[in-house]
Ligand binder design. Structure first.
Ligand code: NAD
Length: 336
């Protein structure tokens, strides 16, 4: 099977070359992102392998179909960037890596909370410059605070296990509450109550039409003054304009973002010698109480190796049986 791997970075090549010693598939590494202008590079391949910021909308899938590409292998869990309707119409398989390391993402969310609360990002720079003042670095005990977790799937539940260790009270919301989480004593509440009572809110639900901009002007107005909001899930869960207003008014006291709704034009690239054109993003960078990382929550050795191994295994299963346990179709979307 011939695979065209789009958005190739050094770590992608290393991990896939390592895993492919076992699978022996024919891989073409392509640096460009997959979009309507680059789709033609997939000619002569049976499958494309794509990542979170590749475009797989209807025109791209149509173009891939014309090239006889039969499979889209996502090397990520989320599939919000794929027009599944179009893929189904063209009988194209879509496979993904449902879980590569939920620990990596949950641990990153916890890291963001600690860094924001105790201002590690600012303290690091101060001390390097010989400024040993503590003014402006005051944090709070996480012990005894209320932490709201939205989405209690794989990552959300691990995050709950971690934050429990700090002695926090946990409130959870999920469209489909987990029996396992309930057995572990997780208290499910209505979303409104979670917004009203939480000191820290961490987002771990997928991006769907229901969750798009769930953090908006109205929901922010019902949150506690000075609330900390952490998003390691998908950028468009948050309305960036509303969140900037919330930061300016002080309603949002800390914001941690590993994802951003317009990240496709920015993240994973070195733009350090360019003028960033996205004014909303640049405004977010100016706040001392905002910490942004560029979609790196997943980025651990264990996760990267799992991504490569599972992606190649998905393709092998499809090649041998025409089926794959990690297929995604429209029923996944309806299931939420
Ligand atoms: P999961 O499918 O195990 O859990 C998602 C949970 O969200 C499920 O329990 C589901 O019932 C719930 N949910 C669905 N719709 C909801 C809604 N409208 N409101 C509230 N909850 C809802 O997924 P996961 O592995 O825990 O991943 C969670 C998200 O993390 C993914 O969707 C992905 O977008 C994101 N992610 C980010 C990174 C990163 O590097 N930043 C890496 C992996 C995953």
């Amino acid at each position: 099977m011939k695979i065209a791997v789009f958005s190739t970075k050094k770590w992608v090549r290393q991990a896939f070359d390592g895993a492919n010693k076992k699978y022996k598939l024919e891989i073409t590494y392509l640096e460009p992102k997959l979009d309507i202008h680059t789709a033609s590079l997939a000619a002569g391949h049976h499958a494309v392998c794509a990542f979170v910021n590749d475009t797989l909308d209807a025109p791209v899938i149509q173009a891939l179909g014309k090239l006889d590409v039969g499979t889209i292998a996502l090397r990520c869990a989320g599939f919000n960037n794929v027009d599944l309707q179009k893929a189904q119409e063209l009988k194209m398989h879509v496979v993904r890596v449902p879980a590569y390391s939920p620990y990596a993402v949950a641990e990153h969310a916890m890291g963001m909370i600690l860094a924001l609360n105790r201002h590690y990002h600012r303290a690091y720079n101060r001390v390097r410059e010989g400024n040993f003042s503590l003014d402006g670095l005051l944090g709070f005990d996480i012990y005894g605070k209320t932490v709201g977790v939205i989405g209690t799937g794989k990552i959300g539940q691990i995050f709950i296990d971690i934050i429990k260790g700090f002695g926090s009270r946990i409130l959870a919301y999920d469209k489909h509450p987990s029996e396992l989480a309930k057995k572990k004593g997780v208290e499910y509440v209505e979303l409104q109550r979670l917004y009203e009572e939480s000191d820290i809110i961490s987002l771990h639900c997928p991006l769907t039409h229901e969750t798009h901009h769930m953090i908006n002007e109205q929901t922010i107005s019902s949150m506690k003054q000075g609330v900390m909001v952490i998003n390691t899930s998908r950028g468009a869960l948050i309305d960036s304009t509303a969140v900037i207003a919330g930061l300016k008014s002080g309603r949002i006291g800390h914001l941690g973002l590993d994802v951003y709704e317009e990240e496709g034009d920015l993240f994973f690239e070195d733009l350090s010698d360019q003028v960033i054109q996205d004014d909303t993003f640049v405004r977010l960078q100016t706040f001392p109480n905002v910490l942004i990382t560029a979609h790196q929550a997943f980025f651990t050795t264990e996760a990267v190796d799992n991504i490569a191994e599972t992606t190649l295994d998905n393709l092998k299963q499809l090649g041998e049986t025409g089926e794959c346990k990690n297929s995604v179709d429209l029923s996944n979307v309806i299931g939420g």
